[in-house]
Design a binder for this molecule. Structure first.
Ligand code: C2E
Ligand code: CA
Ligand code: CA
Length: 261
């Protein structure tokens, strides 16, 4: 525990420099339509190489950045940088794509969040329909009403709202009913359990639930052909996972686009 604590303090200190020096990069991971296997879009995933050249996982530094507020400038950078790339790809390739962004609860809570995102998409001439904002259920823990109102505003502007990591937390089914959602991302822990039994039934249930709610579903963490077959069976709409591609740095992702569109 002490080691974890010290490590977190070290990360917290380095994080301040990283924000100042803009030591972050983005990776993009493709998402596919399951039906016709066409590219649906991509999710932007942040990467941080610290001053010693060591990669620090977002799963480690994002929670720390959320605690000390650094997530706000970091998050704004992610929105702008990924939309800048997306706008560039739109010019190069024809087709309708969706860019998925991870937005932290802290960002949604900021009063100027909607304005900032609107400013960025206007600057790069991107339509809100092309942007999917991912939320995790931590967004909903306090201020459920305030948060749903904000999500409704974003949706009125045309943004898509997607619930990330579905199946891992405590999201009540009743809450699902009240949230303004366009999509649910089925967590990889649901998808990767391909042995028969309860996990099988739970995945089936999720498929039916999504259909009843008339929203779309994205399966995450699909690594094998069998897993792809399973999520096809339950009627999932989109797929993201190593089966197609790992998240790729910008240059490599562009090469990937060249050969896959
Ligand atoms: P997430 O949003 O659930 O992102 C999916 C994670 O699963 C990514 O990890 C991705 O690399 C990984 N993944 C994708 N396909 C597969 C697969 O087939 N198998 C396996 N084993 N893993 C797969 P990553 O990039 O390390 O990100 C971890 C988490 O950090 C993300 O989970 C998200 O919660 C957070 N994160 C990443 N970028 C951002 C960001 O820009 N802003 C915020 N607020 N959070 C971010
Ligand atoms: Ca996500
Ligand atoms: Ca997820």
């Amino acid at each position: 525990i002490l080691n974890d604590f010290l490590q977190n303090v070290a990360i917290e200190n380095k994080l301040k420099d990283a924000v100042f020096n803009q030591n972050f990069t983005l990776n993009f991971q493709p998402q596919y339509h399951i039906k016709d296997r066409k590219l649906r879009g991509m999710e932007a995933l942040i990467r941080w190489k610290d001053s010693d050249g060591k990669m620090i996982s977002p799963a480690v530094f994002i929670p720390i950045a959320e605690k000390n507020g650094a997530i706000v400038p970091i998050g704004t950078w992610v929105v702008e940088e990924s939309i800048r790339c997306f706008a560039d790809w739109k010019k190069k390739y024809t087709g309708h794509f969706v860019l998925s962004l991870n937005i932290s609860a802290i960002q949604y809570k900021k009063t100027d969040f909607v304005d900032i995102v609107m400013q960025i998409i206007r600057k790069y001439d991107v339509d809100p329909h092309e942007i999917e904002l991912e939320i995790t259920e931590s967004v909903l823990i306090d201020n459920f009403t305030e948060m749903t109102e904000k999500l409704c505003v974003l949706r009125e502007y045309g943004f898509r709202i997607s619930l990330d990591d579905f199946g891992t937390g405590y999201t009540s089914l009743l809450i699902l009913n009240e949230l303004p959602l366009d999509a649910i991302k089925l967590d990889m822990s649901l998808v990767q359990k391909d042995h028969p039994g309860q996990a099988h039934n739970i995945l089936d249930f999720c498929g039916k639930l999504v259909k009843l709610m008339r929203i779309s579903s994205v399966a995450e963490g699909v690594e094998t052909g069998e897993q792809l077959d399973r999520i096809k069976e339950i009627g999932c709409d989109y797929v993201q996972g190593y089966f197609y591609s790992k998240p790729l740095p910008i240059k490599e992702f562009e090469q990937y686009l060249e050969s896959h569109i």
